[in-house]
Design a protein around this ligand. Structure first.
Ligand SMILES: [Mn+2]
Length: 337
């Protein structure tokens, strides 16, 4: 991250009064937590702050202080002096409709490895474990310059952001810096078990039924280098669950021994398929997702493709197979998609 950008963002935040904060569609723990921590700090600094997202906060993050203030809307408010977009490349990814006649200035704070960042100022660090890590550094910088301090609710949010984006401190983005920051956040009095319990141990029975249905769909390639699973709209309807409940499902095929790349195919209304990909390290799945107009990190990426589930599945598996010198085996019942 460029140090100058941190100062630059700090300056523009200080100068603006009406600030809107948003994140990507289908917000995750990092996006929501980063929004809440930044909003609270800016409000304590006397700013008029709104958080506007296209999609609701996933249930498992309802425990975060301030989620009730997040507004769900299709449209970006027209009267903001500044928009801060967190955890993605820019307003495009927020899914919010923007008044094209008078687009607001945008600050992007993100840690994704894509090159579509389109803010006036981009505070980027692909090495940061989470956007929350960058927000932490920004708030510490602002703390030094002003009268407002970080407090327990902000620390709880930022801890949750690093905790979730590192997969509970398991993924390769669990750097010494991430751990140091997490440790500083814990020192605010956060109960690590409480956060873990809220995020990972508060599943509903319907979600476990959906998990069961998903596990039935798992399939592996000929050489066992990649594996995938599928969620159909009918599975969600039958179990009474929603798309947000499939978060983390891609980790099941990834957990198979020898599998390098895991893919989750989710049928979404409107004849398209949402794809999440995870790599154990050798393959850059962001590069694969970018071929289909998506993006992400080396180890975690996604895209949305138009078409039916079987069509899209074949297209994506073909490319992944080429990357891994392997292929999907459709003729085997176990691999039938
Ligand atoms: Mn993130």
């Amino acid at each position: 991250m460029k140090k100058g950008n941190l100062k630059h963002v700090q300056k523009i935040l200080t100068e603006c009064r009406r600030i809107v904060i948003t994140t990507h569609v289908n917000p995750d723990g990092d996006g929501v937590s980063s929004e809440l921590a930044l909003a609270r700090f800016l409000e304590k600094s006397g700013k008029e702050v709104r958080i506007v997202n296209r999609d609701p906060v996933p249930e498992i993050f309802a425990f975060l202080p301030g989620t009730d203030r997040i507004r769900v809307s299709e449209t970006l408010p027209h009267d903001a002096d500044l928009v801060v977009v967190l955890d993605c490349g820019g307003l495009d990814r927020s899914g919010l409709k923007v008044n094209a006649a008078a687009p607001p200035p945008v600050v992007v704070i993100d840690h994704h490895l894509t090159n579509d960042h389109d803010g006036e100022i981009n505070l980027l660090d692909a090495k940061a474990s989470a956007t929350g890590e960058l927000v932490y550094l920004l708030l510490r910088e602002m703390e030094r310059a002003g009268a407002v301090s970080m407090d327990f609710p902000m620390a709880l949010c930022l801890y949750t952001s690093i905790f979730t984006d590192t997969g509970s401190f398991r993924y390769s983005n669990t750097t010494p810096k991430a751990m140091t920051i997490a440790s500083e956040l814990l020192a605010f009095g956060i109960n690590a078990w409480m956060v873990a319990e809220q995020v990972y141990e508060s599943k509903s029975y319907p979600v476990l039924k959906l998990t069961g249905a998903f596990l039935q769909t798992l399939a592996v390639s000929r050489q066992w280098r990649f594996a995938w699973g599928t969620i159909r709209q009918a599975d969600l309807e039958r179990t009474g669950t929603r798309e947000e409940h499939t978060d983390g499902f891609v980790n099941y095929p990834r957990s198979i021994r020898g599998v390098e790349v895991a893919i989750l195919f989710r049928e979404v209304p409107g004849a398209s398929v949402k794809i999440s990909m995870r790599s154990k390290g050798k393959v850059n799945v962001a590069a694969v997702a970018e071929q289909f107009g998506g993006g992400g990190h080396h180890n975690a990426a996604g895209c949305v493709l138009e078409g039916t589930l079987p069509e899209v599945t074949r297209r994506v598996l073909k490319i992944v197979g080429e990357c891994l010198d392997d292929e999907a085996c459709y003729e085997s019942p176990a691999c039938d998609t």
